[in-house]
Write a protein that binds this ligand. Structure first.
Ligand SMILES: [Zn+2]
Length: 399
């Protein structure tokens, strides 16, 4: 069923660009401990070959029709009887609609109901033409029935769609969608159940994500920013200045792919080498408002955390936690004192410092990573009910 080297590969889990809301396995705020011998749901994403774009766009227009029909049905129903129709009555109304397979318009109606109930109002109309056109989206339920996997792609709605099969499609398919991104590329997204069969690593690690280095690990190792990224960024700036829009877009795509590759490689390595991983919850949205904005927006911290969390979710017996990183720089990882640690704006330039209370000499980032590891441990301790005073002064969320 699976390639032998399957467990060392990482499925892409990029969020579909359409309105799909497919399940991602774990976005663990606190400790996410993976049970032994389990399965996880992952979204597998494949690029659909360009020759199918026209047909997909046509189907997406039918999806838009169904979506907007649901909106119209609700407005009518509300006027006549002041009710919001449920899925059963919407599906009944759609019964004769045979431009799309049944499992497609049911998925559209179901998603329409989900967004309506979430926001407590009629979802926005989808638009098929013009400048404000909604990105193409064709959802379906019960993928194992609507999709027939062939050598080159999948058969869907009486057509074979060829895809770039960078890996085999798992057998246990659940729901899925075709979706279009902003540059007009189409993707096939399938939520699949796969065995959590990665082999767990040894030991624990705390990770301090930062600007100077991409990440500093509590064992003292550093992950720098890849050089080729800044080279491409310079190229991108040049193309933008020269006004070459098409070229700039192309470089942009390349930079994004390079960055994703880098994040995949590093997160896989960490998930393979360590059994317990704690990451600081550094927030790029907050930092992006400061002067460091440019490097912050580029760093991909949240994508990295997301990758780590699902890769560790596929590893039975491993733990993943996100820890509050406030004070992690200022606090001495040996004695817990906050005297002498780098503080405020002036402290940003301090690379190493000595604790005034216990005299330990600290590298700024390694010390932060050690504190993050300690906080993560304490989150785990709290969940098992063992009290711990360390979390108090570390300003832990659960403390
Ligand atoms: Zn100290």
């Amino acid at each position: 069923m699976y390639d032998l080297d399957y467990k060392y590969q990482d499925p892409y889990i990029d969020r579909a660009s359409g309105a799909t809301n497919t399940a991602t396995p774990l976005t663990g705020r606190s400790v996410a401990s993976t049970p032994l011998a389990d399965t996880v749901f992952l979204t597998f994403r494949y690029r659909v070959k360009d020759r199918h774009a026209r047909r997909l766009r046509r189907m997406a227009r039918d999806v838009t029709t169904v979506w907007n029909w649901c909106g119209g049905a609700q407005e009518h129903a509300y006027k006549v009887r002041s009710i919001w129709p449920n899925l059963t009555s919407l599906s009944k109304g759609l019964k004769g609609y045979d431009n799309l397979p049944g499992r497609v318009y049911q998925a559209v109606a179901a998603q329409w109901i989900i967004s309506r109930d979430k926001h407590k109002k009629r979802p926005r109309w989808r638009v098929s033409h013009g400048k404000r056109r909604s990105l193409g989206w064709i959802p379906f339920q019960d993928a194992s029935r609507v999709l027939k996997v062939t050598d080159e792609g999948v058969r869907f709605n009486k057509t074979v769609f060829k895809i770039w099969k960078h890996r085999e499609i798992p057998e246990d398919m659940r729901s899925g969608s075709f979706s279009e991104d902003a540059s007009g590329n189409w993707f096939l997204n399938i939520v699949c159940r796969v065995p959590a069969d990665r082999v767990a690593g040894q030991g624990e690690v705390g990770i301090d994500l930062g600007l100077k280095d991409f990440a500093v690990l509590s064992d003292g190792s550093r992950i720098g920013h890849p050089k080729h990224l800044s080279r491409s960024a310079a190229k991108l700036a040049r193309a933008q200045r020269a006004g070459c829009k098409a070229q700039a877009r192309k470089i942009h795509r390349k930079v994004a792919a390079q960055r994703r590759h880098f994040l995949h490689v590093e997160s896989s390595r960490i998930a393979r080498e360590y059994g317990t991983v704690v990451v600081g919850d550094v927030n790029s949205a907050r930092l992006a408002r400061t002067r460091m904005a440019k490097s912050v927006l580029d760093s991909g911290w949240s994508t990295f955390r997301q990758m780590l969390s699902y890769k560790l979710a596929m590893t039975p017996g491993s733990n993943y936690a996100e820890a509050d990183e406030r004070y992690s720089t200022q606090t001495c990882s040996c004695c817990g004192s906050r005297n002498g640690g780098p503080k405020g704006l002036k402290g940003l330039r301090v690379r190493s410092w000595r604790c005034e209370d216990c005299g330990a000499l600290h590298d700024r980032d390694v010390n932060a990573a050690l504190n993050i590891l300690t906080s993560g441990r304490n989150v785990a301790l709290h969940e098992t009910g063992i009290p711990c005073f360390w979390s108090y002064w570390l300003g832990l969320r659960n403390g």
